[in-house]
Design a protein around this ligand. Sequence first.
Ligand code: ASP
Length: 397
Amino acid sequence: MAISRRDFVHSALLGAASLSVPGSAKADTAPARGSGKAKLPVIISAANGFKYLDEAYTLLSGGGDTLDAALKVVQGPEDDPNDESVGLGGHPNEEGVVELDACCMHGPTRTAGSVGAVRNIKNASLLANTVRLHTGHVMLVGEGAEKFAVAQGFPRENLLTDKSRKEWLLWKETHSDWWGASLSSPDWRTRLRVHAHTDEWQERMDRMKTIAVAIGIPREEQMDAIRSVIFPPTGTIHCSALNAKGEMSGCTTTSGLAWKIPGRVGDSPIISAGCYTDQDVGSAGATGSGEENIKVAGAHTIIENMRRGMSPLDAGMDTLQRIVHNYNGDKERLQYVDMVYYILKKDGAYAAVSLWEGYGDDTSPHRIAIHDGTKRLETAVSMFRGVSQAWPPLFKS
Ligand code: ASP
């Protein structure tokens, strides 16, 4: 039986006696929220863009370009060293190096730019836009992307903060074993390595705490650090903007999955998966399980669904259904898939849809941030009730 992150925190770290079953097994459609019709201009993003919407909305309503407005929003978390999912301070790969992914699409000119696995450049979204504006290419990756950035005047920076470096060190010393079966593999159960409430489990926790102290992780951050090591965090921001003329653009940026294999590229820089904008139809983007989203070309599927007449809500739900289909509806596996789509149609209709209501022990549900003159957060419409669980699973003995 799998143990949720919430159970982990309460039992393993705080020493509670009992473990509960994760509340993720029931399948029902939640009440409709996070979908409606916005006034133009409008800008939507993942919830972590909320505090950056005002400036972008002012730019948009003053006649500014839709992509400039969207980039303004995602640049906020990229610049914030305390946001560990994007840009500066993002969680590093298994070698302790931060690698960023980003892409953008400009509706009016039908152009796109993207960068994957780029190191030492904080604003991957702006670099993706520079690829769009100053090359005949759409996507640059790795060393080539970094060299291009420096040539274009982007500063080379160490993106690892002291906090993320120490968390990585703790992971490196206790968990550096990404190789093996994925959730898609028939052998996925071979990932069951930890048995809670056993001597082995207790020894493992004690060892992690000892190493955390030795590394110098402050006492109040040790629990979070250990949790991040056991359940590699992810996080991303997407933003789409639509102006009063009906022009639209979108962008997505991330540091991807913590402790990933160097060179791992998720869905965020993949035009069609992490973001897609079609000036005739709409703009959509994604956060969540990148590998699952790539397999359904999520953002593009949503746009094509809307082109054929679906509402943003139906277009998103149909795309989630394709992920469900890839696992033949097996919720024992799907509980480890976290997926959220942010969707904006050319007429101002919008929706946020998610596979599950929330993720792990994060108490807030998946939400979309919107500004159409009124700035607000709305809860995503989820396909299943309950929260997704962090991968890899812990199992009760
Ligand atoms: N989609 C991102 C990735 O797979 C992670 C996330 O959104 O949480 O890299």
